[in-house]
Design a protein around this ligand. Structure first.
Ligand code: QUE
Length: 349
């Protein structure tokens, strides 16, 4: 098994610690497999009453996934990329349906794949270090790992705003929006974890007591503006709404949106619209797997990873390079179900 995941039983709880500090604990397929194996083992182990997920050392909880590998795979046949997504989404779904309480500590960067392993937890602890985002439209991807489920269930149109712009939320904003269930200063985390390990029947009280006061959430001031400008599921409408608003906020968000992949933005809007009305999380993951399989072999993903993470010129050449260039037919193709026998399936119950 991989050394990038540390697992242990401490007191009455199981602990899963991400341990790949050189990549801000971004997830590899082996890390997902190791977490799945451990969670399955603990599911019928009476010595494990709850599971805590955090990161072992260094900054950040989890920066996402192994996107360089994904882009390399996407530039050939995409098989390794599909295998990664299949395993990662199985982990996301296992966490979502897990019978024992899970506590995720979002103490630092929590983006992409990190969101996928923290949002399904019943207890999601934010701190003053939390930097939450779904930044995938910057690399031609879309807010996967269940993003279509979580983001579409946020207040108003905040989810669409986060999906399209990749805006970062701090710990107070996460608490305000419900992305975090609790807020706790990082200096108290070690003590909180020790208390939970000793008394997992008192998680709620322990987190509540440690919580103290939450700083003000800046995003609260912009909610009405966000709801108004991001009201439509059509990218062209959102851009037109921002263009018509001369305020600094609108012009900044407009400039941000224009750097993102138009294809990725349109995919995200449809994904959230469909995810909003789903009643089974497995349906969301099945849909996302189909989207991912189509999107990884398209030019925007490979170009986005090149521009943002490899060459770091931050000058991606999107294809198509305008919202109007991305047709509904193109999006239909991306949302086409996988061929029979190639669909995503959850782990057997
Ligand atoms: C958009 C993304 C990702 C990103 C940057 C974006 C993403 C991701 C990473 C990332 C960051 C640091 C690492 C790493 C991956 O960055 O999904 O392995 O060490 O995983 O603008 O979607």
């Amino acid at each position: 098994m991989t050394e990038d995941i540390i697992t242990m039983i401490e007191g009455r709880v199981g602990r899963i610690r991400l341990n790949r500090p050189k990549a801000i604990h971004a997830l590899t397929k082996d890390m997902c497999s190791a977490m799945i194996a451990t969670l399955i083992e603990w599911s019928d182990d009476p010595a494990v009453e709850a599971v805590m997920i955090d990161h072992a050392e260094g900054r950040g909880f989890c920066a996402g996934g192994d996107v360089r590998m994904l882009a390399e795979s996407g530039s050939t046949d995409g098989a390794d990329a599909r295998a990664f997504f299949h395993e990662e989404y199985r982990l996301n779904h296992l966490l979502f349906t897990y019978e024992k309480p899970i506590i995720a500590f979002m103490d630092g960067i929590t983006m992409g794949g990190g969101v996928g392993i923290s949002q399904p937890a019943k207890y999601r602890v934010a701190t003053e270090n939390t930097r939450f985002a779904m930044p995938e439209t910057a690399i031609g991807l879309f807010p996967d790992v269940g993003g279509g489920w979580y983001l579409s269930r946020l207040p108003g149109r905040v989810g669409q705003f986060l999906a399209l712009t990749g805006a970062r939320m701090d710990g107070a904003e996460c608490k305000y929006l419900g992305l975090a269930s609790h807020y706790c200063p990082s200096e108290k985390l070690e003590d909180v974890k020790a208390q939970i390990a000793a008394r997992p029947d008192r998680i709620e009280g322990i987190l509540g007591t440690a919580g103290a006061s939450v700083p003000e959430a800046r995003v609260a001031d912009n909610l009405l503006t966000i709801n108004r400008h991001f009201a439509s599921d059509r990218l062209e409408d959102i851009l037109a709404s921002l263009e018509a608003d001369e305020s600094e906020w609108a012009q900044t968000e407009l400039a941000t949106l224009r750097t993102k992949s138009p294809q990725a933005c349109k995919v995200s809007l449809r994904q959230l619209a469909l995810g909003a009305v789903m009643t089974d999380f497995a349906d969301e993951m099945r849909m996302e797997y189909g989207i991912a399989a189509h999107v990884v072999v398209r030019p925007d993903f490979i170009e986005g990873v090149r521009a943002v993470l490899i060459d770091k010129d931050n000058a991606p050449k999107w294809n198509p390079d305008t919202p109007e260039g991305v047709t509904d037919e193109m999006i239909d193709t991306i949302f086409a179900p996988m061929p029979e026998g190639e669909e995503w399936t959850p782990l057997a119950a």
